[in-house]
Design a protein around this ligand. Structure first.
Ligand SMILES: [Zn+2]
Ligand SMILES: [Zn+2]
Length: 252
């Protein structure tokens, strides 16, 4: 038995209807029904649809997954197996759910049926936005996407060429940290700018952080110079490593 309070049910039905109408236009505009195959890449958060004679690429935000075996939904933000940086954008849905007291939007996973995936994807689309939505199914697992933009093959290749393979998390965006930062001993955590998981970066921006000792050195010389850079001895990590270290350092 799936519990859907009336207030939520009304809301969800309205939003679902809205997406259905929108999605018809979207599928027609990009001719989405005429691609035979799909492939998605979690590192670059890109979806490729292709047939023998054509292909199209989209950037995506993962919404969540529905298992046809266990009949359960899981929000992307709660999925520890997914490495997509932008999965945390779905926390915006959770925030909305907390305000409205809609449990389906706040619980990490729960029982559902064959409509659950589209229902929650409609709501995510309404709250987060995008150009359309898409679903793929493999091994009884339905995976739902918000498509945010169409991109070219060259752009996908560029994104992928700029990723780092960290050995633990797979291929992700690069981050720069001083040699002292780690996730075993707290060292303080100073950043070039305020960051959060899944954030989008401008062309010129990189995740950059250093410890309190490095900050002292940096302030001595009114900003980075050869000496303080040598002290920091900046190294490259993946963005997941970066945020694990950040959370370890700033949390109690
Ligand atoms: Zn340091
Ligand atoms: Zn890593």
């Amino acid at each position: 038995m799936i519990f859907r309070p009336l207030k939520y049910e009304k809301y969800a039905d309205k939003i679902c209807q809205k997406l259905t109408e929108f999605q018809n236009g979207f599928r027609a505009e990009y001719d989405l029904d005429n691609y035979a195959n799909w492939f998605y890449n979690q590192s670059s958060e890109t979806l490729r649809l292709y047939s023998d004679d054509k292909e199209i690429y989209f950037k995506y935000i993962p919404v969540g997954t529905f298992s046809q075996k266990t009949n359960t939904w899981m929000w992307a933000w709660a999925n520890e197996h997914s490495v997509e940086p932008r999965k945390f954008k779905t926390l915006k849905v959770k925030e909305f759910g907390e305000k409205k007291k809609y449990e389906n939007l706040t619980n990490a996973h729960f029982d559902g049926d064959k409509y659950t995936g589209w229902e929650l994807t409609s709501i995510a689309f309404d709250i987060i936005g995008g150009i359309g939505t898409y679903r793929v199914i493999s091994d009884h697992l339905e995976k739902y996407f918000l498509l945010t933009e169409q991109i070219s093959k060259e752009e996908v290749e560029k994104i992928e060429s700029e990723l780092i393979d960290c050995g633990i998390h797979g291929k992700l965006r690069k981050a720069f940290i001083c040699q002292h930062l780690n996730n075993k001993i707290k060292t303080g955590f100073e950043e070039a700018f305020e960051t959060f998981r899944g954030m989008e970066l401008g062309e010129e921006d990189d995740f950059q952080a250093w410890c309190s000792e490095c900050e002292k050195e940096r302030l001595k010389t009114d900003g980075w110079n050869d000496e303080s850079m040598e002290f920091a001895n900046i190294k490259l990590v993946c963005e997941n490593c970066y945020f694990e270290i950040k959370e370890f350092n700033i949390n109690e």
